[in-house]
Design a protein around this ligand. Structure first.
Ligand code: IDP
Ligand code: MG
Length: 137
């Protein structure tokens, strides 16, 4: 069993896509073992995306991620990191495969509806960024 962090980003929440995204996860057997809604401050978004601080899109990305409520979840399943990344699709929705969340729902390379951890190390950091042990069932 493996865990990963999923976020329905502020564009997804604003556009009423929480149920749609959560339904896709459940249908694929990616078990939601923790879930909450929060509105990140700019500082919290900068801390979460610290690995990208040198990127030209960092300012805009952290403005976007702190622009409204997001839903953060911990998913648990075999090989969940890779399986969830596959379900999300490529970062740029124009390059994302048919049937993926980003291909079907995203509007923009930045406003791409969902986040998913990319390795066991980032998953551990990202889960601990939002959840303590008592909040994960
Ligand atoms: P990922 O979310 O598919 O793992 P990352 O490269 O880790 O993609 O980038 C984090 C987030 O930063 C993306 O999901 C997207 O919201 C934003 N982003 C990535 N590349 C660009 C870009 O070239 N322009 C604008 N925003 C970007
Ligand atoms: Mg990433």
């Amino acid at each position: 069993m493996q865990r990963t962090l999923s976020i329905i980003k502020p564009d997804g929440v604003r556009r009423g896509l929480v149920g749609e995204v959560a339904g896709r996860l459940e249908k694929q057997g990616l078990n939601i073992v923790a879930m909450k809604m929060l509105h990140m401050t700019k500082k919290q978004a900068e801390g979460f995306y610290a690995v990208h601080r040198e990127q030209p899109f960092f300012e805009s990305l952290t403005d976007f991620m702190s622009s409204g409520p997001a839903v953060v979840m911990v998913l648990e399943a075999d090989d969940v990191i890779a399986r969830y990344r596959e379900l999300m699709g490529a970062t740029d929705c124009r390059e994302a495969a048919e049937g993926t969340i980003r291909r079907d729902l995203a509007t923009d390379i930045e406003k791409n509806v969902v986040h998913g951890s990319d390795s066991p190390e980032t998953a551990a950091f990202e889960i601990a960024y939002f959840f303590n042990q008592l909040e994960i069932v």
